[in-house]
Ligand binder design. Structure first.
Ligand SMILES: Cc1ncc(COP(=O)(O)O)c(C=O)c1O
Length: 475
């Protein structure tokens, strides 16, 4: 007869094989494993020792147990955990359809990654633009004069210093949102057919960019709690196809909302350097923090200029201004040259307005107001989901950004849920959009950037009912 510890070990191995714990990822602590099986810690420890003998797990002093890295016995798990070889990204029309929803007349729209237009200071910005046009009409007829450009770079430099990130004023390049910044970085670093490591689940706009450039995506697990798995990344870099670069959303990742802890940022930097992989840091949500201090970008610890840092005011000030910027480290000059063949410069009128907003302190006030409102709305949406969705639904409240990642019970099909929801004029982003592989079917991403009202509350209640109905009829 099998001992209890062997039974526990076999169950854990099955969960590893099913991809719940990818190779290299951290396993439950001995205490957690014991509690989840109702046994004492010695039995759980025996299960781990047994798996260790079978080379399925490795113990790391003071860090716990991890799913084993390569060994013949781990090969099957590896194939399930990482797309191997990396997949050439194909983005089908579902994504474009989702984007088209924004222009539709869906009553409760929870699918986007922007705050509602009423949360942005549109009237105030309109007044500023009018004044700027009256006082400085030359902003239309010419590019921003060099002296004003320098002043704006100096203000950004000061702003970044406030988050412990040093950037050189002559290493700041404006671009058309982060989208253009990342595209420039990828064009500089890769050639069609190359492999780029990305988080999974991943922002689908990045998948579209990779597809347009003919690049392959190697998806590295990212969870709301732990963010990007450095263990899985290390494993992929050692045993997967050659990777040119990694694109990572370090603060309030889209869609999981994960914030990478500072310690992980430093470790990621060291890991990337060891493997000669350039990091492209997408900090699009960094300004939307709910705590006391803005998270420090990974770029702050980059002493060798390896990281291409991309930021933007599209989420925190005015989506349609498309004001993005990057600091490219040792790649900066090449990125400047590429930008010259892309969109050349950003509109002087908008750059001038941004300068005024930063210099007057008004941007700090505007973004603080937005953050407070988003923090409240996040709680309201999260409470409503937990109250309305079927048992087995989990979420982690993000501490910034605009997005709530909801993991429904196993068996939920969020694509079918979206079809049903659209019939009732409610939209959200279904989980399978966030991977080039068929993953995350039971998950959904909700936007909490919409002002909280009764219609929204009822829409979430209805989504919960539709999810429960679907599970009942498919069981
Ligand atoms: C992770 C991520 N990166 C980049 C973008 C696009 O940023 P931008 O509007 O500055 O191009 C988005 C938009 O939702 C996003 O979620």
């Amino acid at each position: 007869m099998e001992a209890i510890y062997q039974d526990i070990a076999r169950q854990l191995a099955a969960r590893m094989d099913a991809g719940e714990f990818p190779p290299g990822s951290r396993l439950p602590s001995v205490r957690q494993l014991a509690a989840s099986h109702g046994v004492n810690s010695l039995t759980a420890l025996a299960a781990y020792r047994w798996l260790e003998q079978k080379q399925r797990v490795v113990a790391r002093p003071r860090a716990g147990f991890f799913a084993a890295l390569p060994a013949a016995s781990a090969a099957a798990a590896l194939h399930r955990a990482l797309p191997s070889p990396a997949t050439l990204v194909e983005v089908d029309s579902r994504m474009s359809q989702l984007v088209a929803l924004s222009a539709s007349d869906v009553a409760v729209q929870l699918h986007m990654a922007e705050a509602h237009h009423s949360l942005y200071p549109s009237a105030e910005l309109a007044r500023r633009l009018q004044t700027a046009l009256l006082q400085r009409p030359e902003l239309i007829g010419a590019y921003l004069p060099a002296a004003q450009h320098e002043r704006l770079c100096g203000l950004l430099q000061q702003m970044a210093a406030g988050w412990q990130m040093e950037v050189k004023a002559d290493e700041i390049l404006f671009c058309n949102g982060i989208t253009e910044g990342i595209s420039l970085a990828l064009r500089h670093l890769t050639r069609p057919g190359d492999t780029v490591a990305v988080e999974t689940p991943v922002y689908f706009g990045l998948l579209q960019t990779l597809a347009a450039l003919g690049l392959k995506a190697l998806e590295i697990p990212c969870t709301p709690d732990a963010g990007l798995s450095l263990e899985a990344l290390e494993f992929a870099l050692q045993y997967g196809p050659p990777v040119r670069c990694l694109v990572t959303v370090t603060n309030y990742q889209n869609p999981t909302g994960a914030r990478m802890p500072d310690d992980h940022k430093k470790r990621l930097l060291a890991l990337a350097r060891r493997h000669g992989v350039t990091l492209i840091e997408d900090d699009v949500f960094g300004e939307l923090y709910f705590g006391e201090a803005r998270p420090t970008p990974l770029k702050a610890w980059d002493r060798d200029g390896d990281v291409i840092y991309c930021a933007s005011f599209t989420k925190s000030l005015a989506p349609s201004f498309r004001l993005g910027w990057l600091s490219g480290g040792r790649h900066h000059a090449a990125l400047e040259r590429l930008r010259a063949s892309s969109s050349l410069v950003s509109p002087a009128l908008l750059l001038g307005t941004l300068t005024d907003l930063l210099a007057s302190g008004d941007y700090a006030r505007i973004s603080q107001r937005l953050r407070r409102q988003l923090a409240r709305q996040m709680e309201q949406v999260a409470d409503a989901v937990l109250a309305a969705f079927p048992r087995g639904t989990t979420l982690r409240r993000p501490q910034g950004g605009l997005l709530l990642w909801v993991e429904g019970p196993e068996g939920l099909d969020s694509g079918r849920l979206l079809e049903a929801a659209l019939r009732e004029s409610i939209s959200f982003a279904p989980g399978m959009l966030f991977s080039a592989e068929p993953r995350f079917r039971h998950c959904l991403r909700l936007n909490f950037g919409q002002p909280w009202d009764e219609a929204q509350r009822q829409a979430i209640v209805r989504l919960g009912e539709l999810a429960a109905e679907q599970l009942r009829t498919t069981c």
